[in-house]
Write a protein that binds this ligand. Structure first.
Ligand code: B12
Ligand code: SF4
Ligand code: SF4
Length: 314
């Protein structure tokens, strides 16, 4: 294929990714500083809540890795991801919950993306390593995606149902596209997501999400943080995350019924998980179910998150 020898090297990479169901964009590594400044601007002007920013945004590293001085580009990849159903039984009554796109086997999917990209790049002697950068902003700035008013990014043909990954690469990028963040045209006359957000995380007064008001921030937080009192128990709608501003969105109409699997947990298993018993003490088949879903990575959050649904049944 000799991608880099040809002028349309990036286009060839894009079509090779598309053949495998992925979308990608390459931009110059020189954009790192602009990216850093863009996030810092919101931190400095106080638009981002301090506690939220420290917890959710402090893992970014806006530098070329020391052991990869030949990094010339950032490669942004999107892989379509379905919703999943996970069912529990509390007080003899079944509770069927959504696991939103990206939570199902998140790490395994990331490894799959690494492997596909690595294989394609290696054909021309290039390589890539995972970067810790603002993936959504990069997806939008590179032209891969557009923002929805709900602050989630959208790609034509995928809606918002995809997982993003960003890599440093020595793949050359002589010129790149660095475009102003764009909102989907569909959002101009639509407010469905804002109206359906119960917490005030999405408001008319500003575009930027109030992360500290978003249910997802609270149900992805470590277990020493109980849900704050201002969160109405009836707002919870997913085992992890929240689907209220995505499932109401007309841009996702084609994907609403896209579910992969329905993993059921018996009343005994549900009780073990919700009471926070250590997974080492779970029966092997329960552990296996959780492992296959990729939920062992989130196991500490499940007692808090599930207990609100158990309360509703009692
Ligand atoms: C922190 C974080 C969160 C936080 C904060 C979310 C947020 N919007 O920032 C919390 C925990 C709340 C969260 C929730 C969710 N997240 Co999250 N999250 C992240 C993370 C780690 C960083 C995001 C980030 O950079 N935030 C910082 C803010 C400043 O960036 P931003 O949102 O892009 O903000 C830009 C816009 O507001 C824009 N802007 C400002 N004003 C204006 C005005 C106009 C007109 C326009 C057009 C733009 C614009 O400029 C800002 C940046 O400069 C990324 C993974 C990663 N490494 O990047 C995943 C990630 C963004 N999350 C993801 C997902 C799936 C979700 C959830 C949908 C999960 C769920 N179903 O429950 C929810 C969605 C909540 C929502 N409505 O946004 C996916 C997004 C996939 C996609 N389709 O876009 C990512 C990329 C993870 C992944 N690997 O796939 N998340
Ligand atoms: S619900 Fe409407 S405003 Fe919100 S992201 Fe979807 S199209 Fe845009
Ligand atoms: S994910 Fe839920 S809480 Fe967060 S902005 Fe969307 S609707 Fe609001």
């Amino acid at each position: 294929m000799e991608m880099a020898m040809k002028s349309g090297a990036a286009e060839i990479l894009y079509s090779s990714l598309a053949e495998r169901g992925l979308r990608g964009r390459v931009i110059s590594v020189h954009r790192l500083q602009e990216l850093k400044d863009e996030i810092a601007r919101y931190q400095i002007n106080g638009a981002l809540d301090g506690e939220f920013s420290r917890e959710a945004l402090s893992h970014f590293i806006f530098r070329i890795p020391e052991d990869f001085p030949s990094a010339a580009s950032l490669i942004i990849i999107a892989m379509p991801r379905p919703q999943t159903r996970v069912s529990f039984v509390f007080c003899g009554k079944p509770v069927s919950l959504i696991l939103p796109p990206i939570y199902l086997r998140f790490k395994t999917i990331h490894r799959q993306i690494v492997s596909i990209l690595g294989e394609l790049l290696s054909l021309d002697g290039y390589t890539a390593i995972t970067a810790r950068l603002p993936q959504k902003l990069l997806a939008v700035r590179s032209g891969l995606a557009e923002y929805g008013r709900n602050n989630i990014s959208y790609i034509s043909g995928m809606g918002s149902f995809f997982q993003l990954a960003v890599f440093f690469s020595d793949f050359p990028c002589p010129e790149d596209h660095w475009i102003e963040p764009r909102m989907m045209a569909k959002c101009e006359n639509c407010r469905s997501c804002v109206n359906n957000c119960p917490t005030g995380a999405l408001t008319e007064s500003r575009f930027l999400l109030k992360g500290e008001r978003c249910l997802v921030f609270h149900n992805e937080r470590s277990s020493e943080h109980p849900f704050p009192e201002w969160i109405d128990a009836n707002w919870h709608n997913s085992l992890l995350g929240c689907m209220l501003c995505q499932r109401i969105c007309p841009e996702n109409n084609n994907f609403l019924e896209w579910f992969e699997g329905n993993q059921e947990f018996s009343e005994e298993e549900s009780s073990l998980i919700v009471t926070g018993v250590s997974p080492d003490k779970f029966p092997p088949e329960t552990r296996e179910k959780l492992k296959n879903l990729g939920l062992l990575d989130y196991i500490d959050f499940l007692p808090r998150n599930l207990s609100v649904f158990r309360m509703r049944q009692s």
